[in-house]
Design a protein around this ligand. Structure first.
Ligand code: ATP
Length: 297
Protein backbone atom coordinates (compact mmCIF):
# COMPACT_ATOMS: atom_id res chain seq x y z
CA UNK A 1 0.00 0.00 0.00
CA UNK A 2 2.88 2.32 0.77
CA UNK A 3 4.37 2.21 -2.65
CA UNK A 4 2.08 4.28 -4.77
CA UNK A 5 2.31 7.22 -2.42
CA UNK A 6 6.00 6.87 -1.79
CA UNK A 7 6.91 6.71 -5.47
CA UNK A 8 5.22 10.01 -5.97
CA UNK A 9 7.79 11.79 -3.86
CA UNK A 10 10.46 10.76 -6.29
CA UNK A 11 8.40 11.33 -9.38
CA UNK A 12 6.88 14.67 -8.58
CA UNK A 13 10.17 16.41 -9.30
CA UNK A 14 10.09 14.97 -12.77
CA UNK A 15 6.48 15.78 -13.51
CA UNK A 16 7.16 17.18 -16.97
CA UNK A 17 9.02 14.16 -18.20
CA UNK A 18 6.74 11.66 -16.62
CA UNK A 19 3.58 13.18 -17.97
CA UNK A 20 5.13 13.21 -21.43
CA UNK A 21 5.41 9.44 -21.29
CA UNK A 22 2.44 7.86 -23.00
CA UNK A 23 0.00 6.26 -20.61
CA UNK A 24 1.57 7.84 -17.58
CA UNK A 25 -1.09 10.48 -17.01
CA UNK A 26 -3.66 8.12 -15.62
CA UNK A 27 -1.14 6.50 -13.33
CA UNK A 28 0.02 9.88 -12.03
CA UNK A 29 -3.60 10.79 -11.38
CA UNK A 30 -3.87 7.76 -9.12
CA UNK A 31 -0.64 8.67 -7.37
CA UNK A 32 -1.76 12.23 -6.74
CA UNK A 33 -4.97 11.05 -5.14
CA UNK A 34 -2.88 8.88 -2.85
CA UNK A 35 -0.70 11.73 -1.65
CA UNK A 36 -1.36 12.48 2.00
CA UNK A 37 -1.28 16.03 3.29
CA UNK A 38 1.81 16.89 5.26
CA UNK A 39 2.73 20.52 4.94
CA UNK A 40 6.21 21.96 5.03
CA UNK A 41 6.85 24.09 8.13
CA UNK A 42 6.91 27.86 7.57
CA UNK A 43 10.59 27.93 8.49
CA UNK A 44 11.87 24.46 7.73
CA UNK A 45 15.03 23.20 9.32
CA UNK A 46 17.69 22.76 6.63
CA UNK A 47 19.04 19.22 6.44
CA UNK A 48 22.68 18.73 5.43
CA UNK A 49 23.08 18.41 1.66
CA UNK A 50 23.78 14.75 2.28
CA UNK A 51 22.66 13.31 5.62
CA UNK A 52 24.88 10.77 7.40
CA UNK A 53 22.27 8.04 7.11
CA UNK A 54 21.72 7.72 10.85
CA UNK A 55 18.01 7.10 11.47
CA UNK A 56 16.21 7.00 14.81
CA UNK A 57 12.63 6.16 15.70
CA UNK A 58 11.97 7.25 19.24
CA UNK A 59 8.75 5.83 20.76
CA UNK A 60 6.83 6.42 17.54
CA UNK A 61 3.07 5.89 17.67
CA UNK A 62 0.84 6.38 14.68
CA UNK A 63 -2.70 5.81 13.43
CA UNK A 64 -3.72 6.51 9.81
CA UNK A 65 -6.14 9.46 9.56
CA UNK A 66 -8.79 7.17 8.04
CA UNK A 67 -8.54 4.77 11.01
CA UNK A 68 -7.87 7.06 13.97
CA UNK A 69 -8.63 4.42 16.60
CA UNK A 70 -6.32 1.71 15.26
CA UNK A 71 -2.67 2.32 15.90
CA UNK A 72 -0.50 1.00 13.06
CA UNK A 73 2.63 1.70 15.14
CA UNK A 74 2.65 1.44 18.92
CA UNK A 75 5.75 2.90 20.52
CA UNK A 76 8.34 1.87 17.93
CA UNK A 77 11.99 2.63 18.79
CA UNK A 78 15.10 1.69 16.87
CA UNK A 79 18.34 3.29 15.72
CA UNK A 80 20.19 2.63 12.49
CA UNK A 81 23.85 3.58 12.09
CA UNK A 82 25.20 5.22 8.94
CA UNK A 83 25.93 2.55 6.34
CA UNK A 84 24.07 -0.15 8.24
CA UNK A 85 21.91 -2.67 6.40
CA UNK A 86 18.71 -3.40 8.30
CA UNK A 87 15.93 -5.79 7.32
CA UNK A 88 12.33 -5.37 8.49
CA UNK A 89 10.35 -8.58 8.67
CA UNK A 90 7.10 -9.74 10.20
CA UNK A 91 3.57 -10.84 9.46
CA UNK A 92 1.35 -8.89 7.07
CA UNK A 93 -0.13 -5.79 8.70
CA UNK A 94 2.62 -5.61 11.29
CA UNK A 95 3.61 -2.05 10.34
CA UNK A 96 6.62 -2.43 8.03
CA UNK A 97 5.26 -0.26 5.20
CA UNK A 98 4.07 2.28 7.74
CA UNK A 99 7.68 2.73 8.91
CA UNK A 100 8.58 3.68 5.31
CA UNK A 101 5.59 6.03 5.01
CA UNK A 102 6.58 7.91 8.15
CA UNK A 103 10.27 7.97 7.26
CA UNK A 104 9.40 9.66 3.96
CA UNK A 105 7.16 12.01 5.92
CA UNK A 106 3.96 11.19 4.07
CA UNK A 107 2.41 11.34 7.53
CA UNK A 108 3.53 12.63 10.92
CA UNK A 109 3.32 10.36 13.95
CA UNK A 110 0.94 11.31 16.77
CA UNK A 111 3.53 10.32 19.35
CA UNK A 112 7.32 10.17 19.45
CA UNK A 113 9.96 11.44 17.05
CA UNK A 114 11.77 10.40 13.89
CA UNK A 115 15.30 11.71 13.51
CA UNK A 116 17.64 11.88 10.51
CA UNK A 117 20.97 12.40 12.21
CA UNK A 118 20.07 14.88 14.95
CA UNK A 119 17.17 16.45 13.07
CA UNK A 120 13.49 15.77 13.79
CA UNK A 121 11.97 15.32 10.34
CA UNK A 122 8.77 17.00 11.51
CA UNK A 123 10.72 20.27 11.40
CA UNK A 124 11.88 19.65 7.81
CA UNK A 125 10.30 20.15 4.41
CA UNK A 126 8.91 16.73 3.37
CA UNK A 127 10.44 17.13 -0.11
CA UNK A 128 13.85 17.74 1.45
CA UNK A 129 13.44 14.59 3.56
CA UNK A 130 12.54 12.56 0.47
CA UNK A 131 15.54 13.85 -1.44
CA UNK A 132 17.75 11.98 1.04
CA UNK A 133 16.05 8.71 0.16
CA UNK A 134 15.80 6.41 -2.80
CA UNK A 135 12.84 4.07 -2.81
CA UNK A 136 12.73 0.78 -4.64
CA UNK A 137 9.04 -0.11 -4.59
CA UNK A 138 7.72 -3.64 -4.58
CA UNK A 139 5.99 -3.18 -7.92
CA UNK A 140 8.38 -1.98 -10.61
CA UNK A 141 6.64 0.88 -12.41
CA UNK A 142 7.94 1.12 -15.98
CA UNK A 143 6.74 3.83 -18.36
CA UNK A 144 6.26 3.44 -22.11
CA UNK A 145 9.54 5.07 -23.06
CA UNK A 146 13.17 4.06 -23.61
CA UNK A 147 15.27 2.18 -21.07
CA UNK A 148 17.38 5.32 -20.74
CA UNK A 149 14.37 7.55 -19.97
CA UNK A 150 13.06 5.04 -17.46
CA UNK A 151 16.35 5.02 -15.55
CA UNK A 152 16.71 8.80 -15.77
CA UNK A 153 13.56 9.28 -13.69
CA UNK A 154 15.85 8.69 -10.71
CA UNK A 155 17.64 11.97 -11.41
CA UNK A 156 16.41 13.94 -14.43
CA UNK A 157 19.56 16.12 -14.60
CA UNK A 158 21.87 13.09 -14.92
CA UNK A 159 24.10 12.85 -17.98
CA UNK A 160 23.85 9.93 -20.40
CA UNK A 161 27.11 8.56 -18.99
CA UNK A 162 25.67 8.65 -15.44
CA UNK A 163 22.46 6.95 -16.56
CA UNK A 164 24.47 4.21 -18.26
CA UNK A 165 26.77 3.77 -15.25
CA UNK A 166 23.70 3.28 -13.01
CA UNK A 167 22.31 0.87 -15.62
CA UNK A 168 25.52 -1.12 -15.57
CA UNK A 169 25.61 -1.22 -11.76
CA UNK A 170 22.09 -2.66 -11.79
CA UNK A 171 23.01 -5.10 -14.60
CA UNK A 172 20.50 -3.53 -16.96
CA UNK A 173 23.16 -3.69 -19.68
CA UNK A 174 22.97 -7.47 -19.44
CA UNK A 175 19.85 -7.24 -21.65
CA UNK A 176 20.15 -3.83 -23.34
CA UNK A 177 23.48 -4.93 -24.85
CA UNK A 178 21.56 -7.53 -26.82
CA UNK A 179 18.99 -5.05 -28.15
CA UNK A 180 19.54 -3.24 -31.47
CA UNK A 181 18.94 0.21 -29.95
CA UNK A 182 20.65 -0.54 -26.63
CA UNK A 183 19.78 2.01 -23.92
CA UNK A 184 17.46 3.77 -26.39
CA UNK A 185 15.19 0.78 -26.91
CA UNK A 186 11.54 1.57 -26.23
CA UNK A 187 10.04 -0.65 -23.56
CA UNK A 188 6.60 -1.13 -22.07
CA UNK A 189 3.33 -0.87 -23.97
CA UNK A 190 4.78 0.09 -27.34
CA UNK A 191 8.21 -1.45 -27.09
CA UNK A 192 10.05 -4.52 -25.93
CA UNK A 193 8.23 -6.50 -23.27
CA UNK A 194 10.42 -6.89 -20.21
CA UNK A 195 10.55 -9.79 -17.80
CA UNK A 196 9.85 -9.21 -14.12
CA UNK A 197 13.55 -9.36 -13.28
CA UNK A 198 14.44 -6.87 -16.04
CA UNK A 199 11.81 -4.44 -14.78
CA UNK A 200 13.17 -4.75 -11.27
CA UNK A 201 16.71 -4.03 -12.44
CA UNK A 202 15.56 -0.85 -14.22
CA UNK A 203 13.91 0.34 -11.01
CA UNK A 204 17.06 -0.48 -9.04
CA UNK A 205 19.14 1.48 -11.58
CA UNK A 206 16.76 4.42 -11.06
CA UNK A 207 17.44 4.27 -7.32
CA UNK A 208 21.21 4.02 -7.81
CA UNK A 209 21.15 7.06 -10.12
CA UNK A 210 19.38 9.04 -7.42
CA UNK A 211 22.57 8.94 -5.31
CA UNK A 212 20.64 9.31 -2.06
CA UNK A 213 22.37 8.33 1.19
CA UNK A 214 19.40 6.25 2.37
CA UNK A 215 17.92 3.36 0.41
CA UNK A 216 14.42 2.12 1.19
CA UNK A 217 13.74 -1.18 -0.46
CA UNK A 218 10.42 -2.98 -0.48
CA UNK A 219 11.48 -6.28 -1.84
CA UNK A 220 9.31 -7.92 -4.50
CA UNK A 221 7.52 -11.06 -3.41
CA UNK A 222 7.05 -12.52 -6.87
CA UNK A 223 9.24 -15.50 -7.62
CA UNK A 224 11.82 -15.13 -10.37
CA UNK A 225 13.71 -17.92 -12.06
CA UNK A 226 17.08 -18.69 -10.52
CA UNK A 227 19.15 -16.87 -13.15
CA UNK A 228 17.05 -13.71 -12.99
CA UNK A 229 17.00 -13.86 -9.20
CA UNK A 230 20.78 -13.86 -9.10
CA UNK A 231 20.98 -10.80 -11.34
CA UNK A 232 18.44 -8.88 -9.25
CA UNK A 233 20.25 -9.84 -6.06
CA UNK A 234 23.56 -8.58 -7.44
CA UNK A 235 21.90 -5.36 -8.58
CA UNK A 236 20.49 -4.89 -5.08
CA UNK A 237 23.91 -5.52 -3.52
CA UNK A 238 25.28 -2.73 -5.72
CA UNK A 239 22.44 -0.38 -4.78
CA UNK A 240 23.09 -0.89 -1.06
CA UNK A 241 26.84 -0.35 -1.27
CA UNK A 242 27.85 2.87 0.48
CA UNK A 243 24.31 3.61 1.65
CA UNK A 244 22.28 3.10 4.75
CA UNK A 245 19.58 0.64 3.78
CA UNK A 246 16.29 -0.36 5.27
CA UNK A 247 14.69 -3.31 3.52
CA UNK A 248 11.26 -4.88 3.87
CA UNK A 249 12.65 -8.33 3.26
CA UNK A 250 11.04 -11.31 1.60
CA UNK A 251 14.12 -13.15 0.42
CA UNK A 252 16.44 -15.38 2.39
CA UNK A 253 19.55 -13.91 0.76
CA UNK A 254 18.52 -10.47 2.01
CA UNK A 255 18.01 -11.42 5.65
CA UNK A 256 21.21 -13.47 5.60
CA UNK A 257 23.23 -10.47 4.45
CA UNK A 258 21.54 -7.92 6.75
CA UNK A 259 23.60 -6.49 9.62
CA UNK A 260 20.47 -6.63 11.74
CA UNK A 261 16.88 -7.78 11.44
CA UNK A 262 13.99 -6.00 13.15
CA UNK A 263 10.94 -8.21 13.67
CA UNK A 264 7.63 -6.31 13.61
CA UNK A 265 4.28 -7.61 14.75
CA UNK A 266 1.12 -5.68 15.62
CA UNK A 267 2.78 -2.29 15.31
CA UNK A 268 5.68 -3.12 17.61
CA UNK A 269 9.25 -4.31 17.29
CA UNK A 270 9.11 -7.66 19.03
CA UNK A 271 12.66 -8.85 18.44
CA UNK A 272 15.93 -8.00 16.76
CA UNK A 273 19.20 -9.67 15.88
CA UNK A 274 20.96 -11.42 13.03
CA UNK A 275 19.33 -14.28 11.16
CA UNK A 276 21.37 -16.86 13.07
CA UNK A 277 20.61 -15.27 16.44
CA UNK A 278 16.89 -15.06 15.76
CA UNK A 279 16.63 -18.57 14.37
CA UNK A 280 18.43 -19.87 17.47
CA UNK A 281 15.82 -18.17 19.67
CA UNK A 282 13.11 -20.22 17.99
CA UNK A 283 10.39 -17.53 18.29
CA UNK A 284 8.23 -15.73 15.74
CA UNK A 285 11.19 -15.11 13.45
CA UNK A 286 12.19 -18.76 13.33
CA UNK A 287 8.64 -19.67 12.29
CA UNK A 288 8.55 -16.88 9.69
CA UNK A 289 11.91 -17.86 8.31
CA UNK A 290 10.68 -21.32 7.39
CA UNK A 291 7.36 -20.08 6.03
CA UNK A 292 7.99 -16.71 4.48
CA UNK A 293 11.36 -16.45 2.84
CA UNK A 294 11.71 -17.90 -0.60
CA UNK A 295 14.62 -20.29 -0.45
CA UNK A 296 16.79 -18.50 -2.95
CA UNK A 297 20.30 -17.45 -2.10
P1 ATP B 1 2.42 -6.07 4.53
O1 ATP B 1 3.55 -7.03 4.75
O2 ATP B 1 1.12 -6.76 4.27
O3 ATP B 1 2.72 -4.99 3.55
P2 ATP B 1 3.04 -4.31 6.74
O4 ATP B 1 3.82 -4.96 7.80
O5 ATP B 1 3.76 -3.46 5.75
O6 ATP B 1 2.17 -5.37 5.97
P3 ATP B 1 1.41 -1.98 7.13
O7 ATP B 1 1.02 -1.89 5.70
O8 ATP B 1 2.38 -0.99 7.66
O9 ATP B 1 1.93 -3.44 7.47
O10 ATP B 1 0.07 -1.93 7.98
C1 ATP B 1 0.00 -1.72 9.38
C2 ATP B 1 -1.46 -1.46 9.74
O11 ATP B 1 -1.89 -0.23 9.17
C3 ATP B 1 -2.43 -2.52 9.22
O12 ATP B 1 -3.42 -2.70 10.17
C4 ATP B 1 -2.98 -1.89 7.96
O13 ATP B 1 -4.27 -2.39 7.70
C5 ATP B 1 -2.99 -0.42 8.31
N1 ATP B 1 -2.82 0.45 7.12
C6 ATP B 1 -1.81 0.38 6.23
N2 ATP B 1 -1.91 1.36 5.30
C7 ATP B 1 -3.03 2.06 5.62
C8 ATP B 1 -3.68 3.20 5.06
N3 ATP B 1 -3.21 3.82 3.97
N4 ATP B 1 -4.81 3.64 5.66
C9 ATP B 1 -5.32 3.03 6.75
N5 ATP B 1 -4.73 1.97 7.34
C10 ATP B 1 -3.61 1.47 6.79
Amino acid sequence: AVLAAASLGNLSETWGEVSAAAGAAERIGELLKAEPQVKAPAQPLALPARVSGAIRFDEVSFAYPTRPHTRALRGVSFAIRPGERVALVGPSGGGKSTVFQLLERFYDPQGGRILLGEDDIRRCDPEAVRRQMALVPQEAVIFADTVRANIRLGRPQASDAEVEAAGRAALVDEFTAKLPQGWDTPVGERGVTLSGGQRQRIVIARAILREAPILLLDEATSALDAESEKLVQTALEHSMAGRTSLVIAHRLATVLSADRILVMEDGRIVDEGTHAELVAKGGLYARLATLQFSQTT
